[in-house]
Design a protein around this ligand. Structure first.
Ligand SMILES: [Zn+2]
Length: 85
């Protein structure tokens, strides 16, 4: 049986996917996937969410400016507003 017990997943993984962790003077094996998952900062996930929301915001903003341009070209500002002084 060519697998190593992962104390994090409490199951066995192939040894090439494992990394030795020494904690409290005891060597334990944990899979790299779980280590990477816990190491990844929360900000990275937040940044992804912000990117998504920013994209949505930009989309809605461009839609708004497009709508403004369309109405602006069809209906120019009344002359009374610019030459009333
Ligand atoms: Zn694991």
């Amino acid at each position: 049986m060519n697998s190593v017990y992962c104390y994090h997943c409490m199951t066995y993984h192939p040894p090439e996917a494992m990394q030795k962790i020494v904690s409290g003077g005891r060597a334990r094996w944990r899979c790299i996937r779980s280590i990477e998952a816990s190491r990844r900062p929360v900000s990275e996930r937040d940044a992804f969410g912000q990117q998504q929301s920013q994209r949505n915001l930009a989309q809605s903003q461009s839609l708004r400016t497009q709508a403004f341009r369309v109405t602006g070209s069809r209906k120019p500002l009344p002359s009374s507003m610019t030459s009333s002084n």
